[in-house]
Design a binder for this molecule. Structure first.
Ligand SMILES: [Zn+2]
Length: 420
C-alpha cells in the first residue's frame, strides 16, 4: 500500500467483508484438525487449499506419510523478482483440541466474539491471510515479490515433519511473517520469543521394602530426584530470562516400597543461544547425589529464540504501514515459541503475532472455549478514530492444562512483558 487513500480503501473493503470472514472462520473451526489425527488435518487442509484455489493461487499439497499434509500456496506478484527473494507467510492447520471438542465447545458468536476450538490459534490467522490477499488483489495491488504461504500440519507438537521445509523456504525469503495470534487485547506483535525446549531427567535407584533394616539397602529414586530438583532450581536466571521448570513428575510403585525409578520433565526457556547452551551444559553437569543412584538426561532445546534483531526492521515498517490506517501497533516479547523461531535463527527477518487479536486465557480454569470478537482497534493517541473502524478480534478461552500438558505453545505467554 502506498498512499493513505489506498490504505483506507483497503480497510473499508475488508470491513465490508467481515460477515464473510466470520462465516469462513465458522467453516474452518467446524473442520476439527487435531495434530495427531491425519485424516482430520488433511480434510481441513483440503478445505483451506480450495479457498486459495478459488482466489487464483497455486496450491501444492506436500504429502506426509504419518503427519498431516502441509500446504504450499503461491501467490504471484507482478515482477520477475526471484533474485530479491520471496515473502514467506507461516501458519499452521493443526490445533491442540482433540476430535469431538466441538460437541462441548461449539462454534458460536456471542457479544461480538466467536468461540470454537482453534478459532484463535490459528484458524483466525488463516482467514486473515485469505482475505488480506483477496483485498489486495481486488484493489489491483499486487506484491512485487511472490508470496508463499506455508501451512504446516504439526506446529503444535514441534513441527517435526515441517521444520526442514520451513527452513528451506525461509532461506529463499526476504522476510517471514507469522500468523500466530497477536498479544493482548490491543493486538501487539511479537518481536522477541524465547528459545524453548524440554528435557527429561530419569533417575534409577534400587527398590527395597521400606521397612527393611537397614532401609539403606534400597536407593530411593524419588529422594535422589528431589535433591536433583533443588540443584536444578538454581539454574534459573530471571535476570537473563532463563527459566527451567519441572512440569511433570512420576515415580514409585507402592506406599511401602522404596522406589527404583523416578522421572521429571523440565520445561526450558532462554532468550539467547548462549543462554540455551549454558543451561544445557548445566544440566549435563548433573551427577548422582545418593550413593548407588543413576541419572540420565534426555532432550534439550528444540526451538532457538527469535531475537529482536531479526524483527526490528520489519516491525518498524509494520508500524508505519499501520499508521496509514490510523492504527497504533505495539510490540511484545514472549516466552512461547513458534515456527518463526526457526526462520529468525537463520538470519531471515521475521515478524510474528500477525494473526488474530484477542486475550490470553486465565490461569488454572477449565476449558470454556475460544472466542472471536469484533471490536475497534485501539486508536493511536491524538488521532481521530476512523469512522466505524473495526477489526476481527479473536480471544482464546481457557483450556485443560492436564490434557494438553505436552504441548508448548501460545498459552504459555501470559507473562509477556511489553517492550513498547
Ligand atoms: Zn499457533
Amino acid at each position: 500500500m502506498s498512499t493513505p487513500q489506498q490504505a483506507r480503501a483497503l480497510l473499508a473493503a475488508l470491513r465490508a467483508r467481515q460477515t464473510a470472514m466470520v462465516r469462513l472462520l465458522e467453516k474452518f473451526v467446524r473442520a476439527e484438525s487435531p495434530t495427531d489425527l491425519k485424516p482430520a488435518v488433511d480434510r481441513f487442509g483440503a478445505l483451506v487449499g480450495a479457498e486459495w484455489r478459488r482466489r487464483g493461487a497455486a496450491v501444492k499439497v506436500l504429502r506426509q506419510r504419518h503427519a498431516g499434509n502441509h500446504l504450499r500456496v503461491v501467490w504471484h506478484g507482478h515482477g520477475a523478482s526471484s533474485e530479491r527473494g520471496q515473502i514467506l507467510v507461516l501458519g499452521h492447520l493443526d490445533t491442540v483440541y482433540d476430535a469431538g471438542t466441538l460437541r462441548t465447545m461449539p462454534f458460536r458468536v456471542a457479544r461480538g466474539r466467536a468461540f470454537g476450538p482453534g478459532a484463535f490459534d490459528m484458524k483466525g490467522g488463516l482467514v486473515i491471510a485469505l482475505f488480506a490477499a483477496e483485498a489486495l488483489r481486488d484493489a489491483g495491488l499486487r506484491p512485487s515479490r511472490p508470496v508463499v504461504f506455508l501451512w504446516n500440519s504439526d506446529e503444535e507438537t514441534g513441527s517435526a515433519t515441517s521444520r526442514a521445509i520451513i527452513e528451506r523456504e525461509a532461506r529463499r525469503s526476504a522476510a517471514v511473517f507469522v500468523l500466530e495470534p497477536a498479544a493482548g487485547a490491543d493486538g501487539r506483535l511479537k518481536t522477541r520469543r524465547k528459545g524453548i525446549g524440554a528435557a527429561e531427567l530419569l533417575v534409577t535407584g534400587r527398590s527395597a521394602h521400606a521397612g527393611q533394616d537397614p532401609p539403606q539397602n534400597g536407593v530411593n529414586a524419588i529422594h535422589e530426584l528431589a535433591l536433583q530438583l533443588a540443584r536444578i532450581a538454581q539454574f534459573n536466571d530471571p535476570r537473563r530470562g532463563t527459566t527451567i521448570a519441572p512440569t511433570q513428575i512420576t515415580g514409585g510403585t507402592r506406599s511401602n516400597v522404596i522406589p527404583a525409578a523416578a522421572r521429571v520433565v523440565l520445561d526450558l526457556r532462554a532468550e539467547r543461544p548462549a543462554d540455551m547452551r549454558k543451561l544445557e551444559r548445566q544440566l549435563k553437569s548433573l551427577r548422582p547425589i545418593l550413593r548407588g543412584a543413576k541419572i540420565e538426561l534426555r532432550g534439550g532445546f528444540s526451538r532457538p529464540p527469535l531475537e529482536r534483531t531479526a524483527s526490528a526492521a520489519l516491525f518498524a515498517r509494520a508500524r508505519s504501514a499501520a499508521r496509514l490506517l490510523g492504527l497504533a501497533i505495539g510490540e511484545t516479547s514472549t516466552g512461547g515459541g513458534s515456527d518463526g523461531n526457526f526462520t529468525a535463527a537463520l538470519g531471515v527477518p521475521t515478524l510474528d503475532g500477525l494473526g488474530a487479536v484477542g486475550e490470553d486465557p486465565l490461569d488454572g480454569e477449565p476449558v470454556i472455549g475460544e472466542i472471536a470478537r469484533v471490536v475497534g482497534h485501539r486508536e493511536e493517541h491524538g488521532r481521530r478514530p476512523l469512522h466505524g473502524e473495526e477489526g476481527l478480534r479473536l480471544v482464546e478461552g481457557q483450556f485443560d492444562l492436564g490434557r494438553h500438558r505436552e504441548r508448548v505453545h501460545e498459552r504459555d505467554e501470559r507473562g509477556a512483558a511489553s517492550l513498547a
